[in-house]
Design a protein around this ligand. Structure first.
Ligand code: ATP
Length: 303
């Protein structure tokens, strides 16, 4: 009887382990389930990121062979350290532009360059290391909060993770949980609010410490305190880095050095927020509609 009990306990243990592995495999699959259309050239070199200058030269791109261009001969030069907000109606090509910068797809013609190096000539690992992406929806794993932040740079020390969490205004809420940084996250663990998830995403970007930040601002409404903390930590994150942001919030639009209005796959306006408002074009209309209470997305589509 003892032996049977023992083996059923072993069986239960191995089931638990198997379930943990399945969780781990799920996590890994989520990370690698990205478009795989792009491969390193045989002679690909390491990207040497300096200040993080970005350039799109005459870029044409469409998602399928028979579709009309999503981006038409787009030209854009972003000097190192400039903070650029991209706005425009739904389907304009804003996300496509930031996807091409990450080389999730290759352009059909033209070039995308970082610090003068064409993305087609560099190793993708080195490209990924130069970019910190803060997406709208932060992917969290069924792991501890510590592991969820450290994911951005697995070799980071605990101290570095704490520093990133402090910079992203998540240290306080993490320490307020009973298990602190060891708190498990996810379906079977702690559920994080939208604002907390975003701050974890920002902490990851701090930890990665890349020269270029790609930010897809969340559209979801947050409580005022979360909103303020997120703005504060984003301003801190943007300091000294190149930023390309798909902007959805009026409050951040004013934090950018430059606004680009994309419509129909082309840049239709380009300047500071003040300049564009004076010009009286699409941006000014969007600005006015927002002032009347529409969200950025509603205003972009109504303008
Ligand atoms: P939104 O503000 O709604 O996110 P956007 O300006 O970011 O819009 P994109 O997502 O870049 O616009 O889309 C540009 C065009 O490309 C749209 O017509 C869209 O339907 C199309 N598109 C986007 N992603 C894909 C894809 N993976 N496959 C095929 N077509 C796509």
């Amino acid at each position: 009887t003892f032996r049977i009990l023992n083996s059923s306990r072993d069986l239960a243990l191995s089931l638990v382990e198997t379930a943990q592995y399945v969780g781990y495999i799920e996590d890994t699959l989520q990370v690698i389930a990205q478009p795989q259309s792009v491969v390193d050239a045989p002679n690909a070199k390491q990207l040497v990121a300096k200040g993080g200058a970005v350039e799109l030269r005459n870029v044409r791109f469409s998602y399928g062979d028979n579709r009309s261009d999503t981006l038409h001969r787009l030209n854009l030069r972003i000097p190192a350290g400039q903070k650029v907000g991209i706005v425009g109606p739904s389907g304009a090509g804003k996300s496509t532009l930031v996807h091409l910068l990450q080389r999730l797809y290759d352009v059909h013609s033209g070039e995308v360059l970082i610090d003068g190096q064409p993305l087609t000539e560099v190793k993708q690992d080195s490209l990924r290391a130069a970019l910190a992406v803060v997406p709208q929806e932060i992917t969290l794993f069924h792991r501890t909060l510590m592991e969820n932040i450290r994911f951005a740079r697995p070799e980071a020390t605990d101290e570095e993770v704490y520093a990133a969490a402090r910079a992203a205004c998540c240290d306080a809420f993490i320490r307020a949980t009973p298990d602190g940084y060891n708190t498990l996250v996810g379906e079977r663990g702690m559920k994080l609010s939208g604002g907390q998830r975003q701050r974890i995403g920002i902490a990851r970007a701090f930890l990665k410490d890349a020269p270029i930040i790609i930010l897809d601002e969340a559209t979801s409404a947050l409580d005022t305190e979360s909103e303020m903390e997120i703005q504060r930590s984003l301003v801190r994150l943007m300091r000294g880095r190149t930023v390309i942001a798909v902007a959805h919030r009026l409050s951040t639009l004013t934090a950018f050095d430059r606004i680009i209005v994309v419509k129909g796959g082309q840049i239709v306006e380009d300047g500071t927020a003040t300049e564009l408002r004076q010009r009286g074009g699409l941006f000014e209309t969007m600005w006015r509609l927002q002032a009347e209470g529409l969200s950025v997305d509603e205003a972009e589509n109504a303008a």
